[in-house]
Design a protein around this ligand. Structure first.
Ligand code: TXA
Ligand code: MG
Length: 382
């Protein structure tokens, strides 16, 4: 696959957004002792991974890194273990979980059959940031699949995730490791900010490479249908299997989405966020206008923007109130930094956030899908 290697790791350190990172902050209660274990080398730390796998087998919860976002894992074949996920996240019970497999053979512990479409997508993109919806095996509890007769399965492309799942010996159910409604975590510190005191163990594998959740593809019919856009784009899927439709709910308001999770308020920062969209040439002026309007009304404004817009507004929005998610047009950097940028403002004194949209094509479709949810639909055309 042709992704720039390492995007979303090296760049993190130069980014203003990465100055947060308080691993011990506690929010929302919870009294369990949470261990954050840095995993640098899965081979050298095999004993730690084995112990984490044992914790999963015994019905416990373990947060772990993947190439997309951090997941909150439980034994995917144990209804009672998965019930813990819903409880800890405050997740609605009709929202099914994705099962994570370490390798191809484990896919069949979750899916009754891998359809021809599924086989082609696995061959093209697994392991990688894609989830396949397939007919479920009877062993997968109904509570995991939200009562559906299908199951979401994915093979994460991350050494720590794969070693952990292999050690558990079962498919690992894992939603994003945030409190329900909050931005997904892309660092162990972000997991801890939401779940410290609520889970026994967080494996820290460093920042996630892609930063947005996997592309979800329904593979149960004749044609691939994308239920949630991600880093594996519509064009990539169409090139692999001949065609790729989008769930109509992604573009039409009031159509119920086929992935139940897509209907909930999501990725929301702690203060209201408004999106500003439009041609590059007009964007800086539109931002200036909108910032000044709010500041005149006595509001402290924070920005979630590209380097270019940040530089253009430096005279009216100070750097500590600006989270830069990448250079304009660098969609990989934007995706990798978006959620950290939203979380950056958790402990900042701002009343409102303004964020910059991108063209909703390719990876931009996934970025805009998340930004639109984060903004609750508040959008201004430049
Ligand atoms: O990248 C990812 O997919 C991350 C990492 C941790 O793997 N996981 C993730 O999980 O984003 P979560 O729970 O935050 O989102 C799962 C989405 C939800 O929208 C859910 O409704 C949908 O997948 N889903 C799960 N099983 C489904 C099914 N059988 N049919 C339709 N949608 C399903
Ligand atoms: Mg999620």
């Amino acid at each position: 696959m042709d992704f720039p290697q390492g995007t979303g790791t090296e760049k993190h350190d130069e980014c203003r957004i990465f100055r947060q990172g308080d691993e011990t902050r506690r929010e929302g209660g919870g009294f369990m002792k949470t261990t954050i274990l840095r995993i640098r080398d899965v081979t050298a730390q095999a004993a730690d991974i084995e112990a984490a796998g044992e914790l999963l087998r015994a019905g416990g919860l373990v947060a772990f890194p993947t190439e997309t976002v951090y997941g909150l894992g439980a034994n995917g074949l144990e209804a009672s273990a998965c019930a813990g996920i819903y409880q800890v996240k405050g997740r609605p019970s009709d929202n099914p979980l994705i099962l994570h497999a370490a390798d191809r053979s484990m896919v069949e512990m979750a899916a009754r059959v891998v359809t021809p479409l599924g086989e082609k997508l696995l061959a093209a993109f697994a392991p990688g940031p894609i989830t396949l919806i397939l007919p479920k095996r009877p062993e997968v509890p109904e509570s995991v699949t939200g009562g559906f007769d299908t199951v979401g399965v994915r093979l994460p492309d991350n050494d720590v995730a794969r070693a952990l799942i292999r050690a558990a010996g079962v498919p690992v159910a894992a939603p994003s490791a945030n409190l329900s409604g909050r931005p997904s975590p892309t660092t162990a510190a972000a997991v801890a900010a939401d779940l410290s005191g609520r889970v026994p163990l967080i494996l820290d594998g460093g920042p996630c490479r892609f930063g947005l959740e996997s592309t979800i593809v329904d593979c149960t019919g004749d044609r691939a249908v994308i239920l949630r856009p991600g880093a594996i784009t519509r064009d990539m899927i169409a090139a692999a299997v001949g065609s790729a439709d989008l769930d109509p709910a992604l573009s039409t308001p009031n159509v119920p989405p086929r992935a139940p999770g897509m209907k909930y308020v999501h990725y929301a920062p702690k203060v209201p966020l408004t999106l500003i969209m439009g041609e590059k040439a007009r964007l800086a002026a539109a931002f200036r206008r909108e910032v000044e309007k709010r500041q005149a009304a006595g509001k402290a404004v924070g920005l979630v923007v590209s380097e270019e817009i940040a530089a253009a507004l430096e005279d009216i929005v100070p750097p500590p109130l600006t989270a830069i998610y990448g250079a304009q047009g660098d969609l990989f950097a934007m995706a990798a930094h978006l959620y950290e940028a939203l979380r950056y403002f958790d402990d900042k004194a701002v009343d409102v956030l303004l964020s910059e949209g991108v063209v909703p094509e390719g990876l931009g479709l996934a970025i805009m899908n998340r930004l639109q949810k984060a903004s609750g639909g508040r959008c201004i055309e430049a």
